[in-house]
Design a protein around this ligand. Structure first.
Ligand code: ATP
Ligand code: MG
Length: 328
């Protein structure tokens, strides 16, 4: 694998103004994605996974604002792009796939009409060539009868089929990065596996980098090279997938792993992490996980932990670990 960094997120902060106060949805988030690498963001609901991804593309809801940080894509800070360059970036270099394909596709246009639009705009293909390319993409993704599919409307296709179409649209302009936000959550298990296989093939064949958001550690284990664990808007741990699964450092990561069902290992009751993600308004200076943590000490409730490197590329924000100590 190439070690060139494709995307580098540095101290990203995204806030929402609400009636009850400022929601710190993305709170000084930093991580990178290398060329050809799949990075998974994992964490419970409301931890800031989607808003992190949307911030990269400047697609956050209207009451939100990127308050700080930098996002370098191929060395350029894309948070500073003008509208035109941003549009080009979204069409050519970075594609995004959402959980609900129905919300991304327009019900009044055929699949073909929606597929050829980006091809015409970004690859400057003629209408005829764009239709041809759309049909090839559909076939490439293992969907038979491309000609017929192209003339159909979104409601005539199943959820799994629509998600394939979304992936076809996402890869149609040869992006360097695909962001997929829970792309399989709405699908049943067999279709889920097929879509994940498809993403894996794309990564392998096209060398595309993937930022995959999921709350499912099974998906992480299958897909990720590198894992970013988010809790309450912050990255609490990040590292290479094998390292993180073999030696999870943060009590939150340990809890998530304990809560994951393991095939062949029957547990009477699945472990769950007691308590809930805190309200992201008015957080105090403390470790945000302290109230749910069985190891919490006094310091955890009064000072936020910094990042500690527990091995190369493996960082954890937890007072149980000290910089410079050896944990291997
Ligand atoms: N438009 C908004 N206004 C106010 N708060 C928002 C808005 N959108 C998101 N948030 C808050 O930002 C935080 C992060 O949300 P986000 O959607 O990124 O979570 P997530 O990790 O993707 O969760 P899920 O797994 O449920 O998709 C949450 O506390 C959420 O309530
Ligand atoms: Mg989300």
């Amino acid at each position: 694998m190439s070690s060139n960094v494709l995307l580098e997120i540095n101290q990203l902060q995204t806030h929402f103004e609400t009636e009850s106060g400022t929601v710190k949805a993305v709170n000084n988030v930093s991580f990178g994605i290398r060329e050809g690498e799949t990075v998974c963001i994992v964490g419970e609901s409301g931890c800031g996974k989607s808003i992190t991804a949307l911030s990269l593309m400047q697609l956050i809801p209207e009451n939100g604002k990127i308050e700080g940080g930098e996002v370098f894509f191929e060395g350029k800070n894309i948070l500073k792009l003008n509208k035109k360059d941003l549009r080009r970036l979204r069409g050519n270099d970075i594609s995004i796939i959402f959980q609900e394909p129905m919300t991304s596709l327009n019900p009044v246009f055929t699949i073909g009409e929606q597929m050829i639009e980006p091809l015409q705009e970004h690859l400057l293909l003629s209408k005829k060539d764009a239709y041809k390319k759309a049909s090839e993409l559909i076939t490439m993704l293992g969907i038979p009868n491309a000609e017929k599919i192209i003339s159909m409307y979104p409601h005539e296709l199943s959820g799994g089929m629509l998600q394939r179409i979304m992936i076809a649209i996402a890869i149609s302009c040869n992006p360097k990065l695909i962001i997929a936000d829970e792309p399989t959550t709405a699908l049943d298990v067999t279709i889920q596996a097929q879509i994940l296989d498809l993403l894996r093939d794309i990564k392998k064949d096209l060398k595309t980098s993937i930022l995959l958001i999921t709350h499912d550690l099974g998906v992480v284990a299958e897909m990720a090279d590198y894992v970013v664990v988010m809790y309450a808007g912050k990255v609490v741990e990040q590292g290479p997938v094998l390292k993180l699964f073999a030696e999870p450092k943060h009590p939150y990561t340990q809890g998530l792993l304990k809560a994951k069902p393991v095939i062949g290992e029957r547990k009477d009751k699945l472990y769950t992490i007691a308590g809930q993600v805190p309200n992201l308004v008015g957080l105090k200076d403390s470790c945000y996980f302290a109230d749910r943590c069985e190891h919490a000490m006094d310091i955890c409730r009064s000072i936020q932990p910094n990042y500690t490197k527990t091995s190369k590329q493996h960082d954890v924000a937890c007072w149980l670990y000290e910089e410079g100590a050896v944990y291997e």
